[in-house]
Write a protein that binds this ligand. Structure first.
Ligand SMILES: O=c1ccn([C@@H]2O[C@H](COP(=O)(O)OP(=O)(O)O[C@H]3O[C@H](CO)[C@@H](O)[C@H](O)[C@H]3O)[C@@H](O)[C@H]2O)c(=O)[nH]1
Ligand SMILES: O=P(O)(O)OC[C@H]1O[C@](O)(CO)[C@@H](O)[C@@H]1O
Length: 483
């Protein structure tokens, strides 16, 4: 059986380039690669179909085809569409019909055809629906993140609706998501709260029935336990040196053995680095007892390198540095340039020796692979209560991590202090529970099986012609969606 994975954003290559260096290279890439690799291990031919990017700054995405070393049965197929050059995900909407045509041409020439399509994010979901209309091949929709929650939380944080539209094109995104979830054979969700809470948002209410069991499958994602594990690797010593030198550079000698609060997320406003930094900076008991380590990519000392700019990643960084300076905590907040998931995992293990913790205090987090990866390496986690962590860190009254309200700096500080100030035994029991939780519940092999069980069942069914508005083929006249 052949399964296609539709990801218009591009960004897949054999070396996982930029996974850590750009805000457009996030969890969806990790999810799709790991799922395809695990499914191929079950004998399925997997095609990751994505954008071909002709851009001297992004040479890794220029070829038609690619693959992962040592992995059979997974093809990365790149289809050119839109103008030349790298485009951020928010700018792809007008060109998706070209992508659809390119995919169909590819399969005609290749003389193969997928039996099933998995479509990812709103843009992939829209293309899945178009392909279904053209070919009758059923598709699943995996949202990864739905626009409504991101829009809502950014508005609550004080952002302006029209500015948000300009930057994120929410109207296109939400219209695409509505079509994607309506016409799919099934919607894969990472938690049942994603089904009942995220899909029940009023902006989706008329497009999907969350009470319809046949439309949803809860399939949790996984952690690559050959990378994220508690056993040390050869890399740990090098990362320990890197951490020690950063501590020496940023932090006073008397504070270099304090526990670290580690944050490692895309530098994106919804990840709420600023809320975390504010909470840390203002709570003296907290910042006397710990240092805050912010993982960055491609820069050694943001204190020297930052500047006021429109680039969103740099803008988040500028805000962080302003809060730190305003509160006089420069000697308690350090940055570390981490270049791969292997280094990230090593950092978590090495930091564990200082009794450190991991923080993910996003305004809204649909699932949050980052937190379960840190848990797999033995770090207790403090995470947002908005979204997936409320399910992954809590089940049947057992706490696998500490949940906090990301909109309330005092609550963030409370959650952090609970793990920073606790007895060694309490920290250890959080660590043990966290590691076991991941091994029991979050493996990519289980994710692949969950997808395949559903797919096998679905391809037996026949599907009605979907009602897809023709405007999706023509640059889309999408109404401005009010919040
Ligand atoms: O220095 C870094 C920092 C991050 N990552 C990776 O980037 C991924 C980040 O994923 P996640 O924490 O899930 O965040 P997003 O990028 O925002 O991913 C979206 O898609 C994910 C998969 O569906 C969901 O878990 C998220 O909630 C959703 O926001 C993780 O695998 C990290 O290991 C690195 O490789 N290196
Ligand atoms: O921040 P948003 O718009 O909710 O999008 C999350 C998505 O962004 C990415 O992180 C990068 O494009 C995807 O991997 C992920 O699915």
């Amino acid at each position: 059986m052949r399964v296609a994975f539709i990801n218009p954003q591009g960004n897949f290559d054999s070396r996982d380039s930029y996974w850590t260096t750009h805000p457009d290279f996030g969890g969806q890439l990790v999810y799709v690669k790991e799922l395809a690799v695990a499914m191929s291990g079950l004998g399925i031919s997997c095609d990751i179909i994505t954008r071909r990017i002709t851009d001297p700054d992004w040479p890794e995405f220029a070829g038609d085809m690619d693959s992962y070393p040592g992995v059979e049965n997974v093809r990365i197929i790149r289809i050119p569409f839109g103008p030349e050059g790298f485009l951020k995900k928010e700018k792809l909407w007008p060109y998706l019909d070209q992508f659809r045509k390119g995919i169909i041409d590819f399969y005609r020439q290749d003389r193969t055809m997928p039996s099933f399509i998995t479509a990812h994010y709103g843009d992939g979901g829209l293309v899945g629906a178009m392909l279904f209309k053209d070919t009758g091949i059923p598709y699943s929709f995996t949202a990864h993140s739905l626009g409504a929650q991101k829009l809502e939380k950014l508005l609550q944080a004080g952002e302006d609706r029209a500015r948000l539209e300009e930057k994120y094109n929410f109207s296109y995104r939400i219209a695409a998501e509505r079509i994607a979830m309506k016409c799919s054979a099934v919607n894969f969700v990472s938690t049942s709260m994603e089904r009942y809470q995220q899909y029940s948002h009023r902006l989706y209410r008329d497009f999907v029935n969350i009470g319809d069991d046949s439309k949803f499958r809860v399939v949790p994602p996984g952690v690559n336990t050959s990378i994220f594990k508690s056993e040390p690797t050869d890399l740990d010593a090098r990362v320990e040196e890197k951490l020690t030198s950063a501590l020496k550079g940023f932090v006073e000698p008397s504070r270099q053995n304090l526990p670290l609060i580690i944050v490692s997320s895309r530098l994106e406003p919804k990840k709420n680095h600023t809320g975390l930094v504010r909470a840390f900076s203002k709570d003296i008991a907290l910042n006397e007892a710990s240092n805050l380590l912010i993982v960055v990519r491609g820069m050694e000392n943001p204190y020297d390198e930052y500047e006021k700019t429109d680039d969103p990643e740099r803008a988040v960084l500028s805000e962080i540095i302003e809060i730190v300076r305003r509160n006089g905590v420069e000697k308690k907040v350090l940055f570390l340039n981490i270049e791969s998931q292997l280094e990230l995992a090593a950092l978590y293990r090495v930091a564990g020796k200082l009794r450190s913790i991991f923080a993910l205090t996003s305004l809204y987090e649909p699932f949050g692979l980052a937190s379960i990866e840190a848990m797999a390496c033995g770090l207790p986690v403090v995470a947002t209560s908005n979204g997936g962590p409320s399910e992954s860190l809590n089940e049947n009254g057992v706490e696998y991590g500490v949940l906090v309200d990301p909109a309330d700096p005092q609550d963030i500080a409370r959650g952090l202090k609970r793990l920073i100030n606790c007895d060694q035994d309490v920290w250890k029991s959080f660590r043990e529970r966290a590691m076991n939780r991941v091994l029991d519940k979050y493996t990519w092999a289980a994710t692949a099986k969950g997808y395949l069980d559903a797919i096998k069942e679905l391809i037996k069914n026949t599907y009605p012609e979907p009602e897809i508005p023709d405007c999706i083929y023509t640059g889309m006249e999408i109404p401005f969606i009010e919040s």
